[in-house]
Write a protein that binds this ligand. Structure first.
Ligand SMILES: *Cc1c(COP(=O)(O)O)cnc(C)c1O
Ligand SMILES: [Zn+2]
Length: 416
């Protein structure tokens, strides 16, 4: 395998090094994710002078994809499936139902494999290529599997994807179809993830959420950049974000702090809110209890894409929520289904269960007074309802089934 040092620096964008989030030790850019001093997680550090070259104009002149922000990312666009610049949809009808003044849905179901995971995988796969890897691998709760298999197929990398064997059929088919190797593991996501950490120690593969995780995680910043640009280069006052590992939530905050520091937006204050399902609520429970440490749980419930019982970025998500004066809450499966229906009926957006979690949590945070109905609010829909049809099958049925005659139609009493 080619060493990082043999690669032209330009492939690493404005990234300068890897920095330990706990003790601050820095390392050369490469496929590693754990600090050798304290075992803390590594994060990408940037060259401030290189990032400062980015202007609103240089971004606006870029492609209509997440790579328009490549000057703020840790790698050049070596893998590009036309990901990002998803729609930011005003949701006045949903706002009215909830008694809110101004609400938008950032709808990442519009990505190539229908979830926000295409963003993180674009960066991870580009890093894998820059670092000379030939195999792209991951442990996944479903959406990541889709995104890795598709990105590998598109870029000539091989893929080996590990999933828990109880995933929704919609997520298994939409991974297997891309033709890579798909391994169903008899266990939970956390079991799969542990196995991958061991395999990563044995084989020279790029595991998007293990050894190239520092690169992967930066891809989530593009959700934050896009919201700011789409609002006319400003920040909303509140945002509600679903939590699995907690990475997405921390990176939207990182993106907004960067934009403020670079003078690309006014650094106005905002509150970050987190959403989990009651079946897997380790971060929400820690928030409620006032703890800094996240106690692992064994996940249950329908929001499988969020079912990470031992969330790597849980403590950092807690930090962001507490620093910004937000909150985290969790909702039952029944509320998640109602959330999916409410979003669909008021916006025309069909979300997967994670989107239902976010809408239901928004509702709960409004009811508890944690979230201000007068403040401008953005919620994230991170995935597509077509992948989790099982969740709503029982409640999304034909209004009536009739014989093909006008009489039968009249008798059904549907003359709205
Ligand atoms: C992975 C995922 C998330 C959350 O991701 P983290 O960064 O791990 O918190 C949210 N929604 C969907 C649909 C996902 O697949
Ligand atoms: Zn350290």
């Amino acid at each position: 395998m080619t060493s990082v040092l043999d690669r032209p620096a330009a492939q690493f964008g404005s990234a300068a090094n890897l920095v330990c989030r706990e003790c601050g030790t820095t390392y050369d850019l490469g496929p590693s994710h754990v600090c050798e001093m304290c075992f803390g997680p590594l994060e990408i550090g940037y060259d401030a002078d290189l990032q400062a070259l980015v202007t609103r104009e240089s971004i606006e002149a870029g492609p209509q994809t997440m790579w328009r922000y490549h000057g703020l990312l840790p790698v050049a666009p070596l893998v590009d499936l036309h990901v990002g610049m998803t729609r930011l949809v005003p949701a006045p009808h949903l706002a009215k139902v909830l008694g809110m003044r101004a609400l938008w849905v950032k709808d990442d179901s519009g990505n190539p494999t229908h979830s926000f995971k295409d963003r993180v995988v674009s960066v991870a796969a580009s890093a894998a290529r820059a670092l000379g890897f030939e195999v792209l691998s991951c442990a996944s709760t479903g959406n990541l599997a889709n995104a890795v298999a598709a990105a590998a197929a598109n870029s000539g990398l091989k893929s080996v994807v590990f999933i828990p064997n109880d995933l929704e059929a919609g997520k298994v088919v939409t991974t297997a179809v891309y033709g890579g190797t798909l391994v169903a593991v008899e266990g939970s996501y956390d079991d799969v993830n542990r196995l991958c950490a061991e395999v990563a120690g044995e084989l020279p593969w790029a595991f998007v959420n293990v050894n190239v995780r520092p690169f992967y995680a930066e891809g989530s910043k593009t959700v934050g950049y896009e919201i700011a640009e789409q609002l006319g280069w400003r920040l909303p006052e509140q945002v509600v974000i679903p939590i699995a590992s907690g990475s997405l939530l921390t990176k939207v905050d990182k993106a907004w702090r960067e934009l403020g520091k670079l003078g690309l937006v006014d650094p106005t204050s905002y509150q970050v809110f987190g959403a989990q399902s009651a079946g897997c609520s380790p971060v929400s429970s820690a928030f409620r209890a006032g703890h800094d440490v996240v106690q692992p749980v064994r996940p249950t419930g329908i929001a499988k894409s969020l079912n990470i019982g031992n969330p790597a970025d849980g403590p950092y998500a807690l930090d962001v929520v507490r620093r910004t004066g937000g909150a985290i809450d969790d909702v039952q499966d029944g509320e998640i289904i109602e959330g999916i229906q409410l979003l669909a009926e008021t916006t025309g957006i069909f979300a997967e269960t994670a989107g239902g979690v976010t809408v239901a949590t928004l509702r709960k945070l409004l009811a508890s007074g944690a979230l201000d109905p007068e403040a401008e609010t953005v919620i994230l829909n991170t995935g597509d309802g077509l992948k989790t049809l099982d969740a709503v099958e029982a409640v999304a049925r034909p209004t009536a089934t009739i014989r093909p005659s006008l009489d039968a139609f009249r008798e059904a009493g549907l003359g709205l």
